[in-house]
Design a protein around this ligand. Sequence first.
Ligand SMILES: *Cc1c(COP(=O)(O)O)cnc(C)c1O
Length: 486
Amino acid sequence: MHKEDQPLIFELTKPGRIGYSLPELDIPEVDMSEMLPEEYLRVEEADLPEVSELDIMRHYTALSKRNHGVDSGFYPLGSCTMKYNPKINENVARFNGFAHVHPLQDESSVQGAMELMYDLQEHLKEITGMDEVTLQPAAGAHGEWTGLMMIRAYHEANGDTNRTKVIVPDSAHGTNPASATVAGFETVTVKSNEHGLVDLEDLKRVVGDDTAALMLTNPNTLGLFEENILEMAEIIHGAGGKLYYDGANLNAVLSKARPGDMGFDVVHLNLHKTFTGPHGGGGPGSGPVGVKADLIPYLPKPVLVKKDDVFTFDYDRPDSIGRVKPYYGNFGINVRAYTYIRTMGPDGLKAVTEYAVLNANYMMRRLSSAYDLPFDRHCKHEFVLSGKRQKKLGVRTLDIAKRLLDFGYHPPTIYFPLNVEECIMIEPTETESKETLDSFIDAMLQIAREAEENPEIVQEAPHTTVIGRLDETLAARKPVLKYVKQ
Ligand SMILES: *Cc1c(COP(=O)(O)O)cnc(C)c1O
């Protein structure tokens, strides 16, 4: 449903109008039929818009203003860490020596870029408490898969070929069971208890000599810190399995607790979340993986090493699981993460965690007056509410999310995790001011009042956006509707 008429680019078309000027051709024109097989040659003119450069500039600028991003408004999308990405990262990523190096350049000519990667690995080792780190994986899920492939190689090298199962709590991020499946494992679900934490009795029930690993999202997707980690580590290690830490949301524990100290063997980080790589729209990301010493032989190759102050890629890694990405990872995102770590410093990184947790708890407490709080305990960087109370009034969580658009907010994550009815999952992040948190809280409280007094206004939201309520299924299945020329 279009509310405001911004013409489509095709509707702006004036036949013959163009947005470029090229010098006249002074070489013979190429006859494409001599270059390509007949079947690939275009028979009709391409249906392209005909507009001036200024028309197209204004068109896309207008469209961009309809978009929602961290730079334009609050974006409390749970489990996604949509925090502010400092612009100094962008300046550094654009340095000639970083932006214009070629991955096939001779090592001797890119020592600076290699030193940055090496230093970043060293910082990540310190932050996670791991013995070695690879920067190759391109995202969180890719890191999970890489870590699991190493665990698999480790078990196989020990002749332990019966370990076919990966245990995943029901409060894990959805990518965990998916990565385990893609890595060729069977996933076994372990239940959460009434406090939202892994049920240790259930864990003891499912663990066995076929357990390859436990994958733990910590804090879990309810925003809760798994308190019984040492017991879990004992149970899994006791059975010969490995412990995998999903550290995508490390902003909840950064500089306070380290997966390596908790007994984890493998961890992945999302540099595009905690370490301020701009993300959304599918990439690029960076999902480095850290491992303990006994998994080092299986790291993806090449491994970046330093010999007598010279950086080089070591390809002589007979037990490596192989390359997991062309070249050496998403270098540009790694430059941004490195810049972030260096500009924040150790005290800054500690403050990240403190504010992320403080902001989430502040918001959770204030919102619990109007919304159900399924797990009433301190949260970490995010928390979940339930829209159960509002549902009884005929207002669903989806309606609440749509109504938030009228206040200029990107809605939180909804209907996930699945074990909470009418779930609303909010991650305020540490970069927001108290004023922003308060305005969002006020909007949420107003929506709760509207649900009681005037539910239609919520049920029919959004009222102020360019596009009204979408058919969610159609929008997902058919994101681009073909324009039909009148
Ligand atoms: C975002 C996230 C992932 C997946 O990361 P991608 O980069 O999107 O693949 C995995 N686990 C958790 C806990 C996450 O929040």
